[in-house]
Structure formats: C-alpha cells, structure tokens
Design a protein around this ligand. Structure first.
Ligand SMILES: Cc1ncc(C[n+]2csc(CCOP(=O)(O)OP(=O)(O)O)c2C)c(N)n1
Ligand SMILES: [Mg+2]
Length: 866
C-alpha cells in the first residue's frame, strides 16, 4: 500500500508554493471579471447556448449580467443571497460548537456548499422534489423549508414535529424532509409546496428514489386520464416538476449511483443531479474514489448528442456565483421542458470544518489543500466579487455579515430555549413529586440521592428524569403511600407520551390504513371455470388497472412478456407502455422508481422478478422504504407494492425463501405470503385500498395450478394479519404459509388416516402477524403446535413461534414441546433430489407431526423408526 500522502496528487488547483497560489488567484480574478461581461457556462461537453427561461426571480432576467444593468431589486437579491450564505455558514460554525460542547451528540453541516445550493434553489419550483443528503442545509433554507431554529431543534433532537418538522427529533441533524401529509395522514397539495423527500444516512441512498420522483413527472405528463382527474391535480402540473438530486463526490462510487444514472438516461426523466465535489469522502480523497478523478469526465459517454438521448452534463465551480446561476438556469430548463436528465458537476467545493463533528480534517488534508480551501471559500470569493463589482461597500457587507451572525445565533438560542424549557418543566414536575415522596417515605436518604442525581446534569434529558423516577418507584415498592401513587400515575401518563414521541408512524395510523380493510370473500358462480392460477391474478390485475388509473407496474419482463409467469399477460397491450413497462435488470432502481412515484401520489407495483434477487434492493427496501413514514414522523408515505415470487423452485438461486432476513429488514412494510394466486389477488386488492408499502411474495409453483376464477375480481380482499383456519382439527395445530402451506395441506389426509386430526392454519401475512390471536385459540384446543416453512432454521418459523408462544402466551397451553420444521441451513440444491433433501417435503411434514403425537402417546402412535 502506498502511503496516502506520497500517493496523493494535487487537487483541483495545483497546491504549491505560496507564490503560485497568488498568481493563480490573480488569474482566477481576471477570469472572473471577464466572465462578468461575457456569460459562459463552463460546460465543456456541450456548447449549446443558453436558452431563455421564464423565471420568477428578477435576477435571472438580467440578460447581460453586467453590473451596469442591475436594478436595485436585483442588487438586493444578490445581497440577500450573500446574507443567506453567511447565515448558513454561521449556522455550521455554531452547530459544530454546540456539538463539541456537549449540547448535541453529533453534527454534520453544509459549509462550503452554500452558493451552489442558493443557485439550485432559485430554479426549484413548487411541486418539485429534492432527494439529497446531509450537506443541503443552505438549499433547504433558501427554499424556506428549514429555519435556523428548526435546524438546531433537529441538532438537539427535539422530539416534537412542531420544533423539528423534518423528523420530529428522530433523525440526526441535516436529514431533511418536508411534510407531504396533514396530521390525518392525507396528502397535501404538493404542487403548492417545495418538497423534499426524507433523507437517509447511507451514502447514495437518495439516488434510487430520485429516479422515481423524476419519473412521476413523466407519467403525469403523458397520462391522459390522470391529467384530467381532480384528485391528481395536487401532485403535478402536467409533469413540469423536476426531481432534484444532490450527492457528494465520494458517494458517486456507490453502485446505486451508477444504476440510477443509467436508468435515468434510459428513461429520460426530468432530473437534475448535483455532485458537490469537495474532493473527499471523509478522509479518502478523490483519487481513491473516481476513475480519472472526475465524475463528469467518466460520465462523458452519457452526454446526449444530436442523434442520441442521454444526459446533459454541465460543470461549474462552486464559488462562481454567476456561473452557478447560469448553469442551474440551463439545467432547469432542459429538465423541466425537455424531460432530459442533467448532471451538474460542481467542482472546487470546499469543506471548511471538515466532514463532521467526529473529527478534524487537519488529520487528513495537507497544508496545501487546507490553504487552497481557504482561498476558494465560496463566501469569501463572493464577497470579493461584490466589492469588485461595486455592488456593496465593505461597510455594508460587514453590517450584513453581523446581521447574519446574529440571525444564526438567535435561531440557535430560540431552539435551545424551546428544547430545554420543555425538559426543565418535566424535570421540575418530577422533582416536586419526589419531594412529596421524600416527605412520606422512610427511604429518604436514597430518594434524596436519586433526586440530586436527576438534577445534576446541566442538560436535563428525559432518560435522566425517567430513570430517576423509575428508580424511586423501585425504592418505595414496599410502601403504600399517596405520594407513591401520584408518582406512578405521573410516570404512566408521561411515559406514554414519550412512547408517542418515538414509537409512532411505523405504519399508517389514519383511516387509510390497509388494516381497516375487511375481508371480502371471492365469489363463484356455478359456471366459474377452473383456470391456471396466473389467470386469476392477471384478470384481477386488469380490474385493478381499470379501477385505479394511478396504478403502474414495471420490472424485468413485465411489459411485453407480461411477466415471466404471464400474470400480466397482454396488460401492456391493454394499458400501454406508460403503465405496464419493461425495465433494465436493476432491482434497486426498480424499487426506487416505485418509491419516488409513490411519494408523488401514484400507485406503483414494482416487480422483482424472483425473490432471490430481492437482496439487490434490500438496502433500499430496508433503509428507505420501510423507514419512510417513521423517519419523517408521519410526514411522508410511499405506498409501493413490491411484487415478487419465491419458494420452492430448484437451484440455489431460485429456491429462496429468506423470510427471517426479510422480516427483520422491513418493519414498516407489510409482508404478504399468499398460498395461491387468488389469495395474492385479494391481497393486492386490499393493499390498494390502503396507504402502506408492502411486499407480496407469490408462490412460484402456483401459477399453473388450477384455481376457480372468482366473479368479483378486483373486489374480494384478504384482511392483513388475519390467519385463516383452512382445515379444522383437534389433535395438533400446524401453522404455515405460502408454498409449504400447500404441502402441509397435501399431507393432512395421510395424517388423518394415521389417526391424527390436524388443524391447519395459513398465516397469510407475516407482517402483521395474527392481529386477532386466532392461532392461540387453536392451540388452546389442540395443545400442540408445529410451525412449518422453508426458511433456514431460526428464520420465519422462529418468528412465528415467538409470536405465538411468547406474545400470545402460548406457553400456558402446551402439552408438547412446540416445534419448527424448516429447510436445511444451506440453500436448496438443484434438481428434484436436491429439493427433497434441502427443503421440508411431505415425508418430513408427516413425520414431524407424527413424532409430536408419538411422543405424547406412543401407544397410539408407535414410533416409526425405533
Ligand atoms: C453506505 C455508507 N457507507 C459509509 C458511510 C459513512 N460515510 C458517511 S459520509 C461519508 C463520506 C461521503 O463523502 P461524499 O459523498 O464525498 O460527501 P461529503 O461528505 O464529502 O459531502 C461516509 C464514508 C455511510 N454513511 N453510508
Ligand atoms: Mg465529498
């Protein structure tokens, strides 16, 4: 390994002796003033001239951009921009101090990125959506979606959506989100808001959702039915909205970045993606991140030409106020009007305070780089420029900076006051209750000590308050005192309030929750035909698509072929390519398309061809989709339906049934595991009536099995979290789902013949699981239970066992040890024999049930193998 300092190459401008830097500065200055008179965008890849764009802001209307042409209002706007940059910078400085002095746990800031974000904000219109990352505070301030006070409220983790509307104190600072939903979980008019989807911390995690946010505009522009429907006017104005992305230079190394870029180029969606290139990903410089050390260079092949679609790729320097405005103006026009994706490589970005409060950048940046950063600070460059051009005097700028500092300081003070006063009040209440308790209790010494400790921290946290109160309760547990009762009541009430702060909005809580959808059974006529299961599904999808014009389905082989199992056969012919679409092989962005479009009022069904490939989008499912509602504290929802098929096919990568993995990764989504395609269809019908995201795993071996075709297609529904007792029995309860349920059902007659009456339960959905505790009622009757699936040992069956035995108190009703029957630990081997020896088969199921009965009554059920 080459020592980093030895290998490190010069960054944007050659670091070197002071004199060279000075000369360069002079050159830059000369270049800047040249630019003042002759507008050029630093787009070396495309020399297209700037086309005029209608904008609301006065400054963009100044054609020549010469100081002589500037009106007073335009000058004022420039000065306002400068002031906002300084407010934001001060916020960063103060934020770091607040964190390092212990008032916040962690801080990450947008210093160095102020000017590009101000430029981006100018062209960001109502209805547009941002999908960005933690550096975007200036942008959020510029679109007036975060105030300094709110920024600090999030830094302090103020758990209140009034104080921190972005996450209600649930997310680290600088994780932004606007609130698309009202307090009942219903959509607001997003075309009258400047929108941001909720940020996540994994680098590049914002990318796949960005694709869908942009694609939604394309759908709205081209979907005649939606264009005319009142209900959809709140999501789009004829598809004019842009999906604006931001990403750090180092994060472009992530696979999902490349997948998104390629997909956006293919789909030609209105996306403007800015790369803030500050040369580092924490301590790792660009040379370790990007081929040729330039993202725009390596992406050059994506540049559109006269003949071929692609991206528009622009480059601009982060300190070039004027160049930035022109670049963003151009980008917005191209994306908004032409629906062409644009990538803006924002170069020469600095990071004055280093990556975050976790460390200092002096540890990894050379002196030359640090000096270069100082000289290229976008704010000081803008200051020089303002002076050079005579837009303001030094005194005016001093005054403006002083005002900006005060503004930032005041915002911080107000946030701290609001945050701490609430806590102090709560601590004072607890303390008074402890006073009363001390007066009555014989454990005065201990209680006084508890009270003293509670009051000790300068910053009262709820954990100190509740920990003290709970310790006091433990201390006086043997005393029957009025003050103890008062304390317990207070604890109950206030602890509940804190649960509401942290434990809400994992799923939809409003009237639109799919949990309110009641069961509607499929109806059959005497003439109802028995058809392949896939026909039930297909005909039901047709009904869905007729009923809900906002539904779309897309994935690999989804369009022309109608999915690999023909569950969507001819749907593309009937509903068009816009709604039934083939995609590239790119599961993570297929899901991202779904998330982004669902955030904008559409109802996407994202297809993952086989369950085994869900892992390619598991990060997006888990980090983004499943946490969407929770992390925005009920501010946003993305009711995507992810459709896949799994279990029981042969071979290591087609037998998959990794339920344990999925269950643990996607809390916040519903997990439907139908045993046949009629059930699956009913689940889709249910989910479309609700507003939660869900994963539906269709049983792969069911498409060609015969099922009766219901007459009420599109109407029947399967309730979520309500198992079905498919066959009643008295000796033992067998709980399963999906394909193994069908195996259990097939074995049941043999068991009956052996004198064992099995009660057979299909759980239907693993999330939610048996909301009405139907399984425990069965266990009360049979007192014996076997859980069967084809996940690994300790996976889905362990989950079900935990639910029934622990949560439903099944322990009290057992006469035999509860058991699980699963696949082997390895994945399913290929071929029928591989399957037989890898997964539970009919013999295994028979013998597992029989063994439980035999152990209980060997006389009646003599052991088979001894
Ligand atoms: C998937 C993932 N890997 C690693 C990290 C830790 N991490 C947080 S920020 C960061 C550097 C990102 O650098 P860059 O994209 O250039 O953005 P910058 O912070 O420089 O603006 C890393 C490695 C993470 N958050 N997510
Ligand atoms: Mg970086």
């Amino acid at each position: 390994m080459i020592p980093m300092d030895m290998k490190r190459k010069p960054h944007d401008l050659q670091p070197g002796p002071v004199i060279r830097i000075y000369r360069m500065q002079q050159a830059v200055k000369r270049w800047l003033s040249k630019l003042w008179d002759k507008a050029t965008v630093t787009n070396e890849l495309n020399k297209e001239s700037m086309a005029p764009t209608e904008t609301k802001k006065s400054i963009m209307q100044s054609n020549g951009f010469s100081t002589a042409d500037l009106t007073d209002a335009e000058k004022q706007e420039i000065l306002d921009d400068y002031k906002l940059a300084v407010v934001s910078r001060e916020t960063s400085y103060i934020g770091r101090k607040e964190t390092l002095t212990g008032k916040a746990k962690f801080g990450i800031f947008g210093d160095g990125k102020e000017l590009p974000q101000i430029a981006m904000a100018k062209y960001f219109e109502e209805g547009d959506f941002r999908s960005g990352y933690y550096r975007d505070q200036t942008f959020m301030m510029a679109i007036e979606q975060v105030t300094v006070q709110q920024f600090f409220a999030q830094l302090y983790a103020h758990a209140d959506v009034e104080a921190d509307p972005h996450s209600g104190g649930r997310q680290m600072n600088a994780h932004f989100s606007t609130r698309s939903l009202d307090d009942k979980g219903r959509w607001r008019d997003l075309t009258r808001m400047k929108n941001s989807s909720p940020d996540i911390s994994p680098t590049a995690g914002q990318m796949s959702r960005l694709l869908g946010l942009a694609q939604a505009s394309k759908v709205y522009r081209n979907h005649d039915t939606l264009l005319d429907m009142e209900k959809f006017q709140k999501f789009s104005r004829e598809g004019r909205e842009i999906g604006w992305g931001t990403i750090g230079d180092a994060s472009t190394s992530e696979g999902i970045f490349w997948e998104t870029i390629n997909a956006a180029g293919v789909l030609q969606v209105p996306m403007v993606l800015s790369v803030w290139d500050d040369g580092f990903g924490i301590s790792v410089p660009r040379e370790y991140q990007t081929t040729k050390e330039s993202i725009s260079k390596v992406l050059a092949g994506f540049q559109r030409t006269e003949e071929e679609d692609g991206f528009e790729i622009l480059k601009v320097k982060a300190w070039d106020y004027r160049g930035l405005l022109q670049t963003y103006k151009k980008a917005a026009r191209i994306a908004r009007e032409e629906h062409v994706p644009v990538l803006i490589h924002v170069q020469e970005v600095t990071q004055p305070q280093g990556h975050s409060t976790s460390g200092s950048h002096e540890r990894y940046k050379s002196d030359e780089r640090l000096q270069w950063e100082e000289e290229h600070c976008c704010i000081s460059k803008m200051r020089s420029w303002l002076l050079d051009k005579g837009i303001a005097t030094p005194e005016e700028l001093d005054q403006l900076e002083a005002d900006a500092k005060r503004e930032a300081e005041n915002g911080k003070e107000a946030a701290w006051e609001a945050y701490t006063s609430e806590l102090k009040e709560e601590r004072d209440m607890a303390s008074r209750l402890l006073d009363d308790l001390i007066a009555e209790s014989r454990h005065k010494g201990v209680l006084r000590q508890i009270q003293r400790q509670m009051k000790m921290p300068r910053l009262p946290l709820r954990k100190h308050i509740y920990s003290a109160v709970r310790e006091a309760c433990r201390t006086v547990r043997d005393e029957k005192l009025p003050a103890r009762k008062k304390l317990l009541d207070w604890l109950n009430e206030h602890y509940r309030a804190s649960r509401e702060r942290y434990d809400t909005h994992l799923y939809s809580e409003g009237e639109q929750s799919p949990l309110h959808v009641k069961e509607v059974e499929p109806k059959y006529a005497a003439t109802s035909k028995r058809v392949d299961g896939r026909i039930v599904l297909r005909d039901n999808f047709e009904k869905i698509f007729e009923q809900y014009p906002e539904t779309l389905v897309f994935g690999e082989d989804t369009g022309k072929l109608g999915d690999v199992n023909k569950g969507l056969e001819n749907m593309q012919k009937k509903f068009g390519e816009l709604r039934v679409q083939d995609t590239g092989i790119r599961e993570a962005t297929i899901l991202g398309q779904g998330i982004g479009m669902a955030l904008r009022g559409l109802r996407p069904i994202a297809e993952v061809q086989y369950l085994d490939y869900l892992l390619y989008c598991l990060q997006v499912l888990s980090d983004d989709l499943a946490t969407m509602r929770y992390r925005s504290a009920g501010g946003q929802k993305a009711p995507v339906i992810v459709r896949t098929r799994g279990h029981r096919l042969e071979g290591i990568w087609h037998t998959g049934s990794p339920m344990g993995l999925i269950l643990n990764a996607i809390r916040g989504m519903h997990l439907c595991v139908p045993r046949n395609l009629t059930e699956a269809a009913g689940m889709y019908n249910t989910l479309l009536q609700g507003d939660d995201p869900a994963l539906v795993i269709e049983p792969l071996n069911g498409y060609r099995l015969k099922e009766r075709l219901p007459t009420n297609l599109g109407e029947f529904s399967v309730p979520l979290g309500i198992p079905e007792v498919v066959v009643e029995g008295t000796d033992i309860t067998v709980v399963s789902y999906g394909s193994t349920f069908n195996l259990c059902a097939a074995v049941r007659p043999d068991l009956q013949e052996a004198g064992i009456s099995v009660e057979l339960i299909d759980v239907r959905t693993l999330l939610p699981f048996d909301r009405e505790h139907i399984i425990i009622e069965s266990l009360k009757k049979t007192n014996r239970i076997l859980f069967v699936d084809e996940d690994v040992p300790g996976g889905g069956t362990a989950f079900m066992m935990n639910k029934v035995i622990e949560e439903q108190d099944g322990y009290f009703y057992l006469d035999s040890e509860p058991q699980c029957l699963t696949s082997k630990e390895h994945r399913g081997a290929y071929g029928s024999d591989g399957d037989y020896f890898s997964k539970p088969n009919r013999d295994d199921i028979f013998e597992a049930v029989y063994a439980i009965m035999s152990e209980a009554n060997p006389g009646k059920y003599p052991p088979i193998y001894s």
